[in-house]
Write a protein that binds this ligand. Sequence first.
Ligand code: APR
Length: 275
Amino acid sequence: MGETTPDFAFTESLDAEIGRAAETIEGAGHVVALTGAGLSVESGIPPFRGPGGLWTKYGEPPLDGFQRFLRDPARAWRERLEPTEPWARGLAETLGAAKPNAGHRALAALEERDALGALITQNIDDLHRQAGTRNLLEIHGNFTLLRCLGCGTRFESGALDIDPEHLPPRCPECDGVVKGDTVQFGEPIPQDVLRRCYEEVERADCMLVAGTSATVYPAAEFPFEVLRRGGTVIEVNPLESELTRLTTRFLQGPGGAVLTRLLEKVEALRARSVH
Ligand code: APR
């Protein structure tokens, strides 16, 4: 599935605002990024809400997905192995075929140049990892991984022998029940990743938010926490979100083009500062 780069023309005022955002990033002590489904739209994965959203199309799934898993994990596993829900089938197909886009690559490059200290993503699509981001916190899990509910150990999907006759699979470490690493509605965020998210947010004096409607907690709380402590928030989104009214710099446009321009501006500032 190819990368889509929507035709996007930068207005002078947006270009200037991206320049100011680059100065903010260069002047900050610790910059943390927060991304959502919108960043992967240009990789062919639909968002959840808004135009073309999965929930817009199919309706929000039941909010007790995790409790249903606990009630009958074998049944949940049969659904995972052969999805019957149309949205789950659609999502599984796109997730498997998607590749990182210019937005993922720009964020990995910003980290590479020490302009970005950490990246928290709500996306389960593994694309930040594939783009090369290192200090990556996947707060809603990763669809390519499995996780033991007993000891919290994570496994590559292929590392465990999944026998459809003996479901759910058990953890080789503690014999606990194993589920997909993706955090379901109603499931608590695993403590190890949540603790690291709060550590990064507490250190951040600037947050770069891209492609999220900022409606799902606890992730949606993070930018407000940075603002509360006197930090700055830079938001990249073609549409306004729950955050926009409070954001410091709103860069209105698609993630791929805007984040690439932001990277170019940071590099230009660096080049100027060495001469
Ligand atoms: N570039 C940047 N942002 C975009 C793009 C794009 N090309 N296209 C759409 N967007 C924006 C939309 O305007 C919207 O604000 O991305 C946002 C996507 O919002 P959601 O679909 O609500 O996704 P997200 O915020 O990540 O959802 C949070 O909800 O359903 C749960 O667990 C799921 O992690 C998900 C969480």
